[in-house]
Design a protein around this ligand. Structure first.
Ligand code: SAH
Ligand code: SF4
Length: 356
């Protein structure tokens, strides 16, 4: 069993079965998530026989580093991890600050929730691989612990965690949420809920469930098209959940939680980057949302990261700026995101695709 697969009550139960006092579980929890210990023998506050038992029975390091790459500017590091059964997943750390070493900047960690993905978006390297399996909550957490430890050596911390690596987090809903709950625990890693962002391909029932759970976690929806036939051509999931179903679920989310929502848009040259498309997108959103709710909506547009299995091209700067302007004129805020780590194939699933 992987140690990170235990939440605190489960760990307490386990140690109780081993006839250990309850406070041992808390010591273990603190060691794992406050001190970031990576192996049983680092838990010097625990008696040696218990350390040995832990080391024999539990797995503390589920991720084997298979490959890592730094971008040429040194601001982005992508790591490819091998899981116990040979599947690979990746996580990417992006530093945003001219003066990263001051500790002031943002250090955003992008993590995976599945090996591969079942959603099959044609422009996505992970989608092109197909689905292998869900990650356990512990395998999701372990990616964070790996980078948390690496940054600790520089006296730095992870400041934001985005579920935008390989896989669809709402297809692995329970494990993704359980990982967030464990990382959020104030006696443990204590990572603030507002500093997580979940990105989903748009599974409407899960968006509603997420709304009902009233989490403080940020939500982003991958839309990429304003017409159903156009979306279906690049995102097979649109067969199941049409654009209106997705936006209606988003409206439910905004009205239930009073939280803002972000729409993601990969700008593909000549496919979804014209001013007309921007206007259609705004009209589509305002079919559901009142114009007075426009402050709750935002579009994050990012030029496509080209992948081997798809011949679409990235929109250039000028076209991206026109798209943004058209959307804003129609009443929807838009940010053009810089591509990070393009030289290390930091797009979703690109490293794993290349290595397999
Ligand atoms: N499965 C989730 C989260 C992982 S993908 C989702 O689809 O939202 C994270 C983001 O990267 C999504 O918005 C996805 O559409 C986008 N993406 C995937 N491949 C891309 C590519 N080649 N170029 C630009 N964005 C891409
Ligand atoms: Fe899966 Fe997201 Fe890639 Fe689509 S974009 S295939 S949902 S990981």
């Amino acid at each position: 069993m992987l140690i990170y697969d235990f939440d605190l009550p489960a760990l307490t139960g386990l140690l109780k079965n081993w006839d250990e006092p309850a406070y041992r579980a808390n010591q273990l929890w603190q060691g794992l998530y406050q001190h970031l210990y990576a192996s049983a023998n680092e838990f010097t506050s625990l008696p040696k026989p218990l350390r040995e038992k832990l080391s024999e029975r539990l797995n503390f390091s589920p991720l084997k580093v298979k490959l890592f790459q730094d971008s040429s500017d040194g601001q982005t590091r992508k790591t490819l991890f091998e899981l116990h059964d040979g599947h690979v997943v990746e996580a990417v750390l992006m530093r945003y600050d001219p003066d990263t070493n001051s500790g002031k900047g943002r250090r955003t960690l992008c993590i995976s929730t599945q090996a591969g993905c079942a959603m099959g978006c044609v422009f996505c390297a992970t989608g092109q691989m197909g689905f292998s399996r869900h990650l356990t909550k512990g395998e999701i957490i372990a990616q964070v612990m790996y980078y948390a430890r690496a940054l600790k050596e520089e006296n730095l911390t992870v400041t934001n965690i985005v579920f935008m690596g390989m896989g669809e987090p709402f297809h692995n809903y329970e494990n993704s949420m359980a990982a967030i709950d464990i990382l959020n625990d104030s006696d443990g890693y204590n990572f603030g809920a507002r500093r997580f962002t979940i990105s989903t391909v748009g599974l409407a029932p899960q968006i509603k469930r997420f709304a009902d759970e009233k989490r403080q976690v940020n939500l982003a929806i991958s839309l990429h098209a304003a017409e159903d036939d156009e979306r279906l051509a690049i995102m097979p999931v649109n067969k199941r959940y049409k654009i209106d179903d997705v936006i209606a679920a988003c409206k439910y989310y905004v009205e239930t939680t009073h939280r803002r929502i972000t729409f993601e848009w990969a700008l593909i040259n000549g496919v979804n980057d014209t001013p007309e498309t921007a206007q259609k997108l705004a009209a589509r959103l305002f079919k559901h949302f009142d114009y007075s709710q426009r402050g709750m909506l935002h579009v994050n547009a990012i030029p496509l990261n080209p992948t081997q299995g798809y011949d679409g091209e990235a929109t250039n700067r000028r076209r991206a700026a026109i798209f943004k302007e058209s959307l804003e004129q129609a009443g929807v805020g838009c940010t053009i995101r810089m591509r990070r780590g393009i030289d290390i194939q930091a797009g979703c699933g690109q490293l794993a695709g290349g290595a397999s």
